[in-house]
Design a protein. Structure first.
Length: 243
């Protein structure tokens, strides 16, 4: 009896303490490339710049709102807030220039017959116009449920509206930033227009970003956990197939 117990104990192999069962090893999900380096850097810049410009500009527009004084003190007072706002404005300007040259690069590559499949194309095309028509007819029961590719018409709308708003805010902000220079060429009413455009346009842009963009990209599709795709440039193969 004792010999059998010794035999059974000797037959059991001793596993190292660090060894894990095969079932506990988590397999990495295969990834697919979604964004190239340009889009990731551009999105990171404009995200940081928009947050910085908003937190440094809203205390001026909503000075009596709760927490605005704390936000002003956090940035070192009015002087520090002005510095943050102007640095973010220059960053947004760099972003817009980068977007412009990226579009030129797309046309240049296509004219030379190069492969442009890795270059995201965000300007409106004929397909987006047809998708809008199909979707409206579908809502009224006059068309089959449309199928959209990874570039949808509402995604194009987000980009076009955001770029237009950034441009309007940047131009109006530049007029306010250098009033002595622009006063030599513009009438006084233009400064009132610039102030209204800059102030209200910034609020509208933040609303568009938080509501329209986030809802269309993440909330409406149920992929809120994939919000880091724009920074990593990769997405799961399953999500890529859905897109």
């Amino acid at each position: 009896m004792v010999d059998e117990e010794k035999k059974d104990g000797a037959a059991k192999p001793v596993q190292p303490a660090s060894a894990k069962p095969a079932a506990a090893v988590k397999k990495k999900k295969p990834k697919a490339k979604r964004f190239n380096l340009f889009h990731r850097v551009a999105h990171a810049l404009v995200t940081v710049a928009t947050i910085g410009a908003s937190t440094s500009g809203f205390p001026l527009k909503f000075k009596d709102a709760p927490g605005m004084q704390w936000l002003t003190d956090l940035q070192g007072g009015v002087t520090g807030m002005a510095l943050v706002h102007r640095v973010c404005a220059v960053t947004i300007g760099i972003y817009l220039v980068g977007q412009f040259f990226y579009i030129l690069y797309y046309f240049y590559a296509r004219a030379r017959g190069a492969d442009t499949s890795s270059i995201a194309w965000v300007l409106p095309r004929k397909r987006e116009t047809l998708d809008v028509r199909s979707n409206l007819l579908y809502m009224f029961g006059r068309h089959a449920e449309p199928s959209f590719k990874k570039q949808t018409y509402w995604g194009v709308f987000d980009w076009v509206v955001s770029i237009a708003m950034f441009f309007a805010i940047l131009v109006s902000g530049t007029i306010i930033w250098f009033p002595e220079f622009f006063a030599l060429y513009l009438p006084g009413t233009w400064f009132n227009v610039a102030y209204v455009t800059h102030s209200n346009g910034a609020v509208l842009l933040v609303v568009i970003t938080l509501v329209t963009h986030f809802y269309n990209i993440y909330w409406s599709t149920g992929h809120l956990s994939d919000c880091m795709i724009i920074f990593t440039g990769q997405m799961t193969v399953r999500r890529a197939k859905l897109d």
